[in-house]
Design a binder for this molecule. Structure first.
Ligand SMILES: [Zn+2]
Length: 162
């Protein structure tokens, strides 16, 4: 079983739930032809804790290949709206995730530029946002305040049950 990731962040804790991690690892790029996958992250902001509780998965409207993933803005918005509604307005957009065909992923220059652009054009409910990358053996998590990178973390993916 995968355990939730808990990160010590400036004055608060960031938790990425087991449910979210389990959803993501189904898209790890193990095969030579597996395309990149990704989506948006949603979660709940408590006093002293940011809890990532939702992640959207690829839809047929996304553009995907081995080294690129461009998500459909429309399906992402539908996911965000649904999570917002079923949580009665407490679960909000928290960032983006995608996979990389490398063991221990780090963001590319394009990833960083795209992420900042997305944050700038999105209606953000949280000043803290996350960029998560799922590699073959590890997770990368970049924590941003608006478009400024504040901290980065790497965590191993243990006990894959793909
Ligand atoms: Zn990338």
């Amino acid at each position: 079983m995968l355990q939730a990731i808990e990160l010590d962040y400036v004055g608060c804790k960031i938790v990425i739930t087991e449910e979210v991690l389990m959803k993501m690892i189904r898209y790890i790029q193990i095969g030579f032809k597996d395309p990149e996958s990704g989506g948006v992250l949603t979660g709940i902001i408590y006093d002293g804790e940011i809890r990532v509780t939702g992640c959207s998965v690829p839809t047929r409207y996304d553009k995907r290949n081995r080294y690129n993933f461009i998500r459909s803005a429309k399906s992402a918005q539908t996911f965000i709206n649904t999570r917002f509604a079923i949580s009665e307005g407490i679960e909000v957009y928290l960032g983006e995730w995608h996979t990389h065909p490398e063991d221990h992923p780090t963001p590319s220059g394009i990833d960083i530029a795209d992420f900042k652009k997305t944050i700038q054009v999105s209606r953000i409910n949280s000043e803290t946002t996350l960029m998560m990358i799922v590699g073959r053996k590890g997770f990368y998590i970049g924590v941003y305040k608006y478009t400024i990178l504040i901290q980065q973390y790497s965590r191993p993916i243990l006990n894959i049950t793909k």
